[in-house]
Design a protein around this ligand. Structure first.
Ligand SMILES: CC(C)(COP(=O)(O)OP(=O)(O)OC[C@H]1O[C@@H](n2cnc3c(N)ncnc32)[C@H](O)[C@@H]1OP(=O)(O)O)[C@@H](O)C(=O)NCCC(=O)NCCS
Length: 333
């Protein structure tokens, strides 16, 4: 897939250092070796040599830095960082000393301390356990209050409605029922990801079952006014961004429908970044594109963190880990 090759090549040129937190997982150790061999990033693997050789016999660990939080001289320093970040939430110094030894937390603290440029975990931990250390210590980027995610959707071939051959769908994986402000944050972050990772000039559609007031659900969930408010907030946050809504999907991608239903909109009919009103719509939508449309989905790519931090699916394979590390390196640029 050409875009993925471009992402890996760009990552290689950046020479970023990425921490992989799960040295106990065979796929992670194998991915660490492949990334190092291909020069996609410098890898810090949390674990120890004996364990890595046991779970992935025969793998060449040359060039990989292994760190074990149980023996590292950095653990005490990181515990102090954790204590400072969480004392207002009631964390004691003893609790911080204990939690800093946890591999995912240790990885997040390495990122916070600036000792690595990006963090990838989640091959054998849940999304909540993977992202929580990041949410607690790395926190959000300036101007953004919501960590969210998107999928970079690669078309099997460019088509009439997606001439770029690439689109961004958000948020399909983290925020379950975002409010208007969270939806606006998702839109602004997704535009940034579209540019930085997918390499496209973003035109953001705020999706709904209504186009410019054509429908309402006042008796039910009031999702139309939510998307309208989110559109206004996102325009305030990023006045130079091509963003509009609310749009039905056809009004967002089909020029003839866009002109009819949203005359004068620069985005209608030409959108390439799609912000869904909630996780149900987003998750179902990306899977329809994947299964019926033959799109390849890269992600979920986490966005909105102050520093790049990504979550793997527990069903991931070595190639997925390699791709996620490359994306993370680009986010660190
Ligand atoms: C993101 C998610 C993992 C966080 O879960 P969690 O750890 O239980 O979150 P908590 O509510 O305990 O919050 C922990 C901290 O993160 C913050 N936080 C939680 N979600 C956040 C978000 N999306 N953006 C920014 N901060 C967030 C909280 O405010 C809290 O901060 P504090 O402790 O400093 O006050 C949760 O939203 C989730 O499980 N989402 C759905 C994931 C899922 O099932 N996806 C399906 C896979 S396809």
């Amino acid at each position: 897939m050409a875009l993925l090759d471009e992402i890996k090549a760009k990552a290689a040129s950046l020479k970023k250092t990425i921490v992989l937190c799960e040295g106990e997982d065979k796929r992670v150790v194998e991915a660490a070796a492949q990334i190092t061999k291909e020069g996609i990033a410098k890898i810090v693997l949390i674990g120890n040599e004996e364990e890595a050789k046991r779970v992935a016999p025969g793998v060449d660990l040359t060039g990989i830095t292994l760190i074990d939080p149980l023996t590292s001289e950095k653990t005490a320093e990181y515990a102090k960082i954790l204590y400072e970040a969480r004392k207002a939430k009631g964390m004691t110094e003893e609790q911080a000393a204990q939690q800093a030894k946890d591999r995912t937390m240790f990885g997040a603290l390495m990122l916070k301390a600036g000792d690595v440029d990006g963090y990838v975990s989640g091959a054998c931990h849940s999304t909540a356990n993977t992202l929580r250390p990041g949410l607690q210590v790395v926190k959000t980027a300036p101007g953004i209050k919501t960590v969210s995610s998107c999928f970079i959707m690669i078309a099997p071939a460019p088509n009439k409605y997606n001439p770029d051959g690439v689109a961004v769908f958000a948020d399909c994986a983290i925020n379950i029922e975002p409010d208007a402000q969270q939806l606006a944050d998702i839109a602004v972050s997704s535009a940034k990801t579209a540019k930085a990772i997918a390499g496209i000039e973003p035109r953001v559609a705020m999706l709904s079952f209504s186009t410019k007031g054509s429908g309402n659900d006042d008796k039910f969930f009031k999702s139309v006014p939510k998307v309208q408010e989110a559109t206004a907030l996102a325009k305030e946050m990023a006045p130079d961004l091509a963003l509009d809504g609310e749009f039905q999907f056809d009004a967002a991608v089909a020029p003839e429908v866009g002109e009819l239903k949203a005359p004068g909109s620069k985005v209608a009919g030409h959108a390439n970044v799609f912000v869904f009103p909630n996780i149900n719509a987003g998750n179902i939508g990306y899977k329809i594109a994947q299964r019926f449309g033959g799109y390849m989905a890269i992600g979920p790519v986490c966005q909105g963190f102050a520093k790049p931090l990504n979550d793997l699916s527990r069903g991931c394979n070595v190639d997925d880990i390699v791709a996620t590390v490359a994306v993370t390196a680009l986010q660190a640029e």
